[in-house]
Design a protein around this ligand. Structure first.
Ligand code: HEC
Ligand code: HEC
Length: 310
């Protein structure tokens, strides 16, 4: 056999072994496949009693102390402190609670109120000497389960029917993750400034917030501008559903989104990180159509030429 052909065969064999044998194996070892659970949160108990929103409102605004740390715009309750002061106090800015009832699972909310670090799966990061910044609700004198259900019912009653993808991102991720492509920092959307001095002062505030956040959570959470293209949809979904399943020991909390809530967040990640996706997908069909028509024409042309030669 010709020497070149032998070399070619060896190269082909080794390439195939690497491609079908080694790479998939390495991939499966480095990125373990995690089965999604449809955002069902089966580890959390179902609510056993029906909540009363009116009683829940009293608790949220009063004995539950929620408005001591959180704003609720939908109920005309402004945040007790601005984002910078909150970050200096808690390490992170507690989100406004107006739309949590539309985005977060109710079992998750109930568990969060009773024991935040448990619901968020970050107990390994906190202890008695370093308590989680959101306090646990131990009851206001009545039946604890009933009081918690009342608060969940209230939060659901004030939540709007429609939440935009951006609002969903803001509530669920925006306090920790910046998105440069959307001019988003942990302080919110960056305003336009008339004077350089104001712009610099704002940038300093962002840096200070990020310092507090990094100290609180161990590192600055990554910018999510292009995460939709950097990671597979499967990874993102299972990671947000349960960060511990993909990255054991991570400080990123399980945020407790429902499947619809996650879809909203995913949409925002796509709108910002991959805005040309709809155009690309609609172009795909046009290209295929072009090839089909071209094939037909080429075939007819060939028939015509050969018919003359026979
Ligand atoms: C002492 C301050 C404090 C109190 C009181 C408090 N929270 Fe929080 N809460 C926080 C902080 C801080 C965070 C953000 C923590 C983080 O992201 O690491 C938070 C986060 C949340 C979140 C977002 C969780 C997620 O999945 O992203 C919800 C919902 C919430 N709190 C609801 C409540 C409710 C309801 C109450 C009243 C029963 C309450 N909080 C009382 C400080 C507080
Ligand atoms: C309380 C802060 C906090 C919130 C809220 C939060 N994250 Fe994170 N996130 C982190 C931290 C911290 C890390 C870094 C984890 C690590 O390296 O251990 C992280 C990492 C990630 C990563 C991994 C990036 C990679 O390439 O490995 C993704 C993806 C992510 N977050 C998405 C989200 C999304 C989507 C949301 C909202 C639904 C969200 N996060 C909410 C703190 C947060």
């Amino acid at each position: 056999m010709n020497k070149e052909i032998k070399i070619l065969i060896v190269v082909i064999v080794f390439t195939l072994i690497t491609y079908f044998g080694v790479e998939p194996f390495a991939h499966s070892q480095m990125h373990k496949h995690v089965e999604g659970k449809g955002f069902a949160y089966k580890d959390l108990p179902e609510l056993k009693v029906k909540g009363d929103p009116a009683k829940g409102k009293e608790l949220v605004m009063g004995a539950g102390a929620c408005t001591g740390c959180h704003g609720i715009k939908a109920a005309d309750a402004p945040a007790p402190m601005d984002a910078s002061t909150a970050a200096a106090t808690y390490g992170v800015n507690p989100p406004d609670l107006s739309i949590v009832g539309a985005l977060l699972d109710e079992k998750f909310l109930a568990d969060l109120i009773k024991n935040p670090a448990h619901a968020l799966k970050v107990e390994h990061k906190f202890s008695e000497s370093k308590p989680y910044p959101m306090s646990s609700f131990a009851g206001a004198g009545g039946d604890l389960e009933q009081e918690v259900a009342d608060m969940v019912a209230y939060l659901k009653s004030i939540a709007p029917k429609e939440v935009t993808p951006k609002e969903a991102y803001d509530m669920a991720c925006g306090r920790c993750h910046a998105m440069r492509y959307a001019k988003w920092t942990q302080l919110g959307e960056t305003p336009k400034f008339k004077y350089k001095k104001d712009e610099l002062a704002y940038k300093l505030k962002v840096v200070e917030y990020q310092d507090h956040l990094a100290k609180y959570i161990g590192k600055l959470p990554p910018d999510l501008s292009i995460i939709i293209r950097a990671r597979s949809e499967d990874f993102l979904e299972t990671f947000v559903e349960d960060p511990q399943s993909q990255l054991h020991g991570t400080a990123m909390p399980r945020v407790g989104l429902t499947a619809e809530g996650y879809e909203k967040v995913r949409q925002h990640l796509e709108d910002v990180g991959d805005p040309s996706k709809p155009a690309r997908e609609s172009l795909g069909w046009k290209v295929i159509l072009y090839f089909v028509i071209f094939t037909i024409i080429a075939y007819l042309w060939k028939q015509k030429i050969w018919s003359k030669l026979h």
